[in-house]
Design a protein around this ligand. Structure first.
Ligand code: ZN
Length: 283
């Protein structure tokens, strides 16, 4: 929190939670990096809203990447996945930006909060990077000045978000504008490598030497899949009755693997009916 300005921020760092979830998939490096950025961004976005539930950042595309999805809950549980075009060599991903990898894709943010309707926003793919797309989204649809830097390698994912809040401390409009511009320019000098290397305190001291910043205690993030029998049943039911009937004609019990965490579920016709009666959830 910038003590005497209407500005707040957040820094996220993922290591074990990131490698634990991506390791078994063997994604090409570029995909690993992009998924790391998505995860960092989902956590940063979830921190900009007060809610209890989960936020999903999802990109669907027609390029080498078909799906990129990252979810974060208000408790810091994260999970993410990438689905790629089949039979494409890892070299095909090199030197392509977000738009090229997703080719004609869409980017959406979905918030499922307890006690509120699920809502979804479309983030236009207007920049070369995820950070640029999200900055522009906040500017256009929320009228909030926002700075976002995301950086990831195969083993770490980091992100920083700084956002101007509605006027409270600074009532003078011109002064407020100048203050944001200064903070934005200083933040803009931050490289991805510095963000990854420096501690939060050192980073903020180095970037904003003149500013009084209050740094809050860290909270932890962990890879925790939210899959369940109910969600698996929801995915099955969404196939439609005809498709389901033909599946159960072939197999007495369906074996379903969660694509996020690899847990195996066994569901037969009787179990599905029971789960459907209890009420299923979307996958
Ligand atoms: Zn799972």
């Amino acid at each position: 929190m910038f003590v005497d300005a209407d500005v707040r921020g957040n820094i996220v760092r993922l290591q074990d939670s990131f490698t634990g979830m991506t390791g078994p998939h063997g994604y090409p490096l570029e995909v690993q990096v992009l998924l790391g950025e998505f995860l960092a961004a989902a956590l940063l976005l979830s921190d900009t809203i007060k809610f209890e539930g989960r936020l999903t950042l999802q990109a669907n595309g027609q390029g080498n990447i078909r799906l990129l999805m990252a979810e974060a809950t208000h408790e810091g549980d994260v999970r993410g996945i990438a689905q790629l075009e089949e039979d494409v060599p890892a070299s095909a991903f090199a030197d392509k930006n977000l738009q090229q990898l997703l080719s004609g894709g869409t980017l959406t943010v979905t918030v499922e909060a307890r006690g509120r309707d699920r809502y979804q926003s479309i983030v236009p793919l207007v920049g070369d990077t995820l950070a640029e797309c999200l900055e522009s989204y906040f500017q256009q649809s929320e009228q909030l000045n926002t700075f976002i830097r995301l950086s990831a390698t195969s083993t770490q994912a980091t992100g920083m978000l700084i956002q101007q809040l509605p006027a409270q401390i600074e009532q003078d409009l011109a002064q407020r504008k100048d203050r944001w511009e200064t903070i934005h320019i200083l933040a803009g000098t931050l490289t991805g490598a510095e963000l990854m290397r420096e501690t939060n305190a050192a980073l903020l001291r180095h970037l904003f030497a003149e500013e009084k910043i209050q740094l809050f205690a860290d909270t932890s993030v962990r890879f925790q899949c939210s899959c369940s029998e109910q969600r698996m049943a929801g995915a099955l039911i969404s196939l439609g009755e005809a498709e389901l009937a033909s599946l159960f004609e072939e197999h007495n019990t369906l074996e379903l693997t969660c694509e996020f965490c690899g847990v195996l579920y066994h569901i037969d016709d009787k179990k599905l009916t029971q789960l459907a009666t209890e009420g299923v959830k979307p996958h």
